[in-house]
Design a protein around this ligand. Structure first.
Ligand code: SF4
Length: 348
């Protein structure tokens, strides 16, 4: 197995500076390496031409390399959504989804994965049914953005809502945010990056203290612990009172608005009483809600709420002053919609 500690894609500018310093190079060589990897998409150390040839040779001799993901499939939905299936160097596969903005818009949102599989086991999610593979390194997370940017154009927004639970791979996720945000690289604004959690409260509180401007998404999906436990096993460990308490603390520290994700599942969490419950839970927070039209998939007994039901649910929330947007299914024909990642291409 390749020594991942030698992967230059996986290092911040500061870490690269330390690497070159240890090898007797000038500290600014670290900036060259970073920008050539993250803006010029070089795949080989020999292509970083501002570095003296001897020094490039030294890096190679020491076992350093530029880690890149291998694309194994690319699928396009008629609605413009594109799914990329990448294979990690040791075998697991992860999926990344590009959602293009409306015609004329420069908004291109990339939904990225941070783990191969997921330990959280949400019953409505295909990824949750996979055997957990491993955490991705920051380099493997960032390279999803690098690949799609190089092949499909500029990415304006990044959401950590693909395969895996970001708070369960906290350190690598945070390092990847810092790499993506670095002005020597992709320079993606922190406010254009969303980290979404299914409710790992320790991670929410830790994120509050990072001094970052990233957005926080919280997968709520139910207004009572009873319903939540039915579809999200994590609710047993982090009950709603704890989740809302941590979210409140996060908001007190950061002053930032929080987005709650709510997947509309027929007969499970979509009644008027559920909507009233959501209002009661989050009404006093500075928050907005994304109502996600559920995507059923093979092996899952749930079905999506009717559109009229979703509209009624939204009206109850907005009637109480909660900004609410309905996210209709996208990328369904390629299994790229919310909750469908990992369905067709897992081999682990
Ligand atoms: S919804 Fe998210 S946290 Fe839950 S199993 Fe799927 S990937 Fe994991």
């Amino acid at each position: 197995m390749v020594g991942m500690g030698k992967d230059l894609t996986n290092k911040t500018v500061g870490e690269l500076g330390a690497v070159v310093g240890d090898l007797g190079g000038k500290s600014y060589f670290g900036g060259y390496i970073f920008s050539f990897i993250h803006t010029r998409d070089v795949v080989d150390i020999s292509e970083i031409t501002p570095l003296p040839k001897v020094f490039r040779g030294r890096l190679v001799e020491e076992g350093y390399y530029i880690g890149r993901l291998g694309l194994v499939d690319r699928l396009e939905d008629p609605d413009g959504t594109v799914k990329f299936v990448f294979e990690l160097h040791d075998g697991p596969r992860v999926e990344t989804v590009l959602m293009r903005g409306a015609e004329g818009s420069d908004r291109n949102t990339l939904c990225i994965s941070c783990q191969a599989g997921c330990r959280m086991g949400c019953s409505f999610c295909a990824t949750g049914k996979l055997k957990f593979g491993r955490n991705l390194t920051a380099g493997e997370i960032v390279d999803q953005v690098n690949y799609v940017w190089a092949n499909c154009g500029r990415i304006s927004n990044v959401v950590y809502m693909g395969m895996g639970e970001p708070m369960d791979n906290y350190d690598e996720v945070l390092r990847s945010v810092r790499i993506l945000n670095d002005k020597n690289g992709k320079n993606i604004g922190q406010r254009r990056i969303t980290i979404s959690t299914c409710g790992v409260t320790g991670g929410i509180e830790r994120l509050a203290g990072e001094g970052l401007q990233v957005r926080l998404g919280v997968s709520l999906h139910a207004a009572t612990d009873e319903t939540r436990k039915r579809i999200m096993p994590i609710a047993g460990r982090y009950p709603l009172v704890k989740l809302i308490g941590s979210t409140r603390k996060y908001q007190r520290v950061t002053g930032r608005r929080v987005t709650f994700e709510y997947c509309m599942i027929k007969g499970i969490n979509d009644s008027n009483a559920d909507a009233a419950g959501v209002v009661k839970l989050i009404g006093s927070l500075k928050a907005n809600v994304n109502l996600i039209e559920y995507n059923s998939h093979k092996g899952c007994s749930f079905s999506p709420s009717d559109r009229a039901r979703i509209h009624r649910f939204r009206d109850i929330l907005t009637g109480d002053g909660i900004e609410t947007v309905i996210r209709y299914k996208r990328g369904r024909s390629i299994n790229a919609a919310c909750g469908q990642l990992g369905l067709a291409n897992s081999k682990y």
